[in-house]
Every structure is written in C-alpha cells, then in structure tokens.
Ligand binder design. Sequence first.
Ligand code: KG4
Ligand code: ZN
Length: 338
Amino acid sequence: MKPVLGIESSCDETSVAVLEIDNGKPQLLAHQIASQLEYHMPFGGVVPEVATRQHMRHLDPMVASVLGQAGVELNDLGLIAATRGPGLASSLMIGYTYALGLGAGSGVPVTGINHIEGHLFSPFLSAERHPVYPHLALIVSGGHTMLVHVKAPWSYEIIGKTRDDAAGEAFDKVAKLLGMEYPGGPEVEKRATAGKAERFNFPRSMLHSGDYAFSFSGLKTAVRYTLEKLPGRLTEHDRADVCAGFQQAVIDVLCGKSQKALEEFDLKLLTVSGGVSCNQTLVAALQKMCEEVGVEFLPSNPKFSTDNAAMITYAAALRQQDGVLISEQEDIDPNLSL
Ligand code: KG4
Ligand code: ZN
C-alpha cells in the first residue's frame, strides 16, 4: 500500500504523520507534534482563536518536514487524511481545508477521519498489530469518556458515555481547584503518588447504576466541598491526599464499568486510549482487573495517547485497506459522533 499522510488539528496540537501498512502491520515513517501548551497555559484552558493561529503557523512547514523525514514525495502518497471531527470548528477547518488543498494540487485523494476512531485504534498502532475483533474500547480523554463495543471492523456500539464531564476534564478541573496548571492530569498523577487515597472517601459516581453511563461532575464538586472544609492553608500533604483520593475514585469507576462490560458482552480484549490513558496508575489497575477476569489488555503507548496524527493516519490507512473511506465531500463536524 502507498503511504498515507495524516493531519490532526482538532484541538490544541498540530500534528502530521506519514504511515504505511506493510504486511498487515502499521509502519510509522515520520511523525511530528507541535504542542501549543505554552500559548494556552496562561488562560488555564484552550483558547480557540489562539489554537487556530498556531495551526496556521505550523501546518505547512510541518507537512514539508514530515514528508522529507519519511523520504516521500507528495505524489508518492496514496491518501491524504485529516481529522474532520469532533473538535473545535476553527481548528478542524484549518487542517481539513489544508488537506483538501494538498489533494487538489497533487491529485491524491483526501479523506476525513473521526478523531475518536483515531483514539480507538491507537492501542493497536502502539503494539504494531492489526486490530482484533470483537473487543471493548475504553476511550478516556479531555473531551470524551466512553466504552465502545467494537463488534467487527467499522461496526461500533457506544455502550456508555459520560453524562457531564469527561474523565480528563475532571482531572483538569480538580487540578484547577488545587491551584495547579493546565492540563491537570499529569500533575494530579504526580502528586497522587505521594498521597493517601483512603483519607478522603470521594464518591464513585454511577458505579452501581446498572448501566455503562459515567458522571464525573459530582466527584469534582465533592472535591470542592472537601477543600472548602479543610481548616487552615492547604498543605502539600492535603494536596497529595486529595489527588490520590480523586484519582482512585475515577479509576474505580473506569475499572468497574469496564469489567462489567467485558463480562456482559463476553469480550476477550480491552483497550484503553486517549489522554487519560497516559495515567500509569489507571493502566496498572486495568491491567490487574484484566488479569483477574482472564482478558487480554492492550493500552495505548503514552506517545499515541494524547492527540496525535499517527492515530488519525492509521485509521485512514485501515479504512483505505478495507475500502470504506469517507468521501472528501463530507464537511467537518465539530459534534461528530463515532
Ligand atoms: O486525548 P487528549 O490529548 O485530548 C482530547 O482528545 O481531549 O486528552 C487530554 C486530556 C487532558 O484532560 C489531560 O489532563 C488528560 O488527558 N491527561 C491525563 C494524564 N495525561 C493527560 N489525565 C490523567 N493522568 C495523566 N497522566
Ligand atoms: Zn483526543
């Protein structure tokens, strides 16, 4: 198969990759990510206008550099892919329009890829192996928290998702309550290692709801109330204990619901992907649970867990291989569902 060029620009990372599938295995020929973190940090979150400007600045030189690194000319490509949703409209528009321009100028076909589908395949990209069907995918990022029953190629059933905040969003909000910088996930995990998870008994929201829905906004509120009730100034010990207690509450819910779904649908493989799967305490807990129930566990490599173009390019290459490409006529969709 000819190499595929992929572009990810759905939020605050500009990323470009070149990938080909060789003997059924993904081969990443080049991959770059330009993080915009330093530009958004002062605002405590992603500012769409800032993101748009940074994507415009980075995209063109990154595409040239990645093609050079891969030793591939534009005309050698079999496909150009870009994320078409979900995400920030203006950010998606920059990447997708750029891809359409490249395609128009070179005659290479263009396709749009669902960002969530990119996350869903990232564990297989990490393991350099072809996706296995059926399986259960836990996708936990700053924008999404869902359990997906991947029944067969391109056949998904979202069996549960969050009713309010995404897991990563909860990490970010709790970090903010503790006066820590955006994004909060990595910082909360770091602090939690020195904390006692048992000190605060935060709620395991919806753990026994009987379905696969998640809710993390109550947990965030419980953290806020706990902080308000603590006497005196917040010590480093308090911070660490809150981080550990909060993190454990999120992990218990994610593990509990994943286990229930594995058992109910009799699935033999669990994957985890998205930014929150960088959390090694979560990964270890899921690994342990899978060992206990006798199921294979495949986490995404942290380098493919947060937003990146490699996962988008892999999803596009798989779609091309199976002849199920999305037409370039399909516009971007900020609310695109899986
Ligand atoms: O997948 P991603 O890069 O973007 C979205 O598609 O949303 O995920 C970003 C999210 C942020 O909320 C960030 O705080 C969280 O992933 N995150 C973590 C960790 N590293 C990143 N959450 C918990 N523990 C981490 N180590
Ligand atoms: Zn993402």
